[in-house]
Design a protein around this ligand. Structure first.
Ligand SMILES: [Zn+2]
Ligand SMILES: [Zn+2]
Length: 247
């Protein structure tokens, strides 16, 4: 049996009314991490080593700021992170400026393009790294491990899994990749039989709902029932992208 810290959230997500249970798991994981980094952990030396070095991605810096909590803590984290970025990048940037003393670009330098590009890559690597994204990826991987384990070991969970209505496309891809990675052929065929039939049914329903949304603009359908199509646009966008904050 996998550790309860992963099993309980998986069960909760499969019992929730979220369209994609993996989106629900990702949402709660992200929420917990945002609270964690805005809480007392922010001041712990080993956490600060991580925030100094990796920092957060665009989305997660924004979410940390917009939480409007612990401004001082966020300020201190930003100060030491900016310090770390400045320390590394200022030297690299100085190295691509013509400098006779160092011999850089003095005379013809055939490698000047590569040198500039390499510096751009270093800058990008500072932008792309994120402690929260890394921990979400790690945790989601543990959750998926639990999903497979429970699917084959726990008939009640398999029932919950079977009664779901598919996944958003990014999470569908993740499930398929994990199935290829973790399951033997017999297990994969059992798992895919359930997954594919619910996924195709859900996509067909989404297609019908989006179509009916557009047909409602026809004056002949003005008084007809909306059926399930009132929220068809955000639902379709959430399904295609895994985006959770559109409704
Ligand atoms: Zn999802
Ligand atoms: Zn991130």
């Amino acid at each position: 049996m996998k550790e309860k810290i992963y099993t309980i959230p998986v069960h909760d997500a499969y019992l929730s009314d979220a369209a994609c249970p993996l989106c629900e798991l990702e949402r709660t994981t992200e929420q917990n991490l945002l609270s964690y980094y805005l809480g007392p952990a922010m001041m712990e030396p080993d956490v600060r080593v991580g925030t100094n070095e990796k920092g957060f991605c665009r989305d997660h810096w924004r979410r940390l700021y917009q939480a409007e909590e612990n401004r001082l803590g966020l300020g201190l984290v930003l100060h030491t992170h900016v310090d770390d970025v400045h320390e590394e990048l200022s030297k690299l940037l100085e190295d691509i400026v013509p400098n006779k003393r160092k011999g850089m670009f003095s005379g013809k330098d055939k490698t000047y393009k590569q040198k500039i590009e390499k510096t751009a890559d270093k800058v990008s690597s500072r932008v792309g790294s994120c402690l929260i994204c890394d921990r979400i990826a790690y945790t989601m991987d543990r959750y998926i491990e639990v999903i497979f384990y429970q699917f084959f070991q726990d008939p009640a969970f398999r029932q919950h899994f079977t009664s779901r209505k598919g996944y958003c496309l990014p999470h569908l891809a993740e499930l398929l990749r994990s199935a290829a990675d973790r399951l033997d052929q017999d297990e994969a065929s059992q798992f895919l039989q359930v997954l594919v039939s619910q996924q195709n049914e859900a996509m067909a329903k989404l297609r019908t709902d989006v179509e009916w949304f557009t047909l409602k603009f026809d004056y002949r359908n003005a008084t007809a029932d909306w059926k399930d199509s009132k929220d068809a646009l955000p639902r379709a966008i959430r399904n295609l992208t895994g985006c959770r904050d559109i409704d």
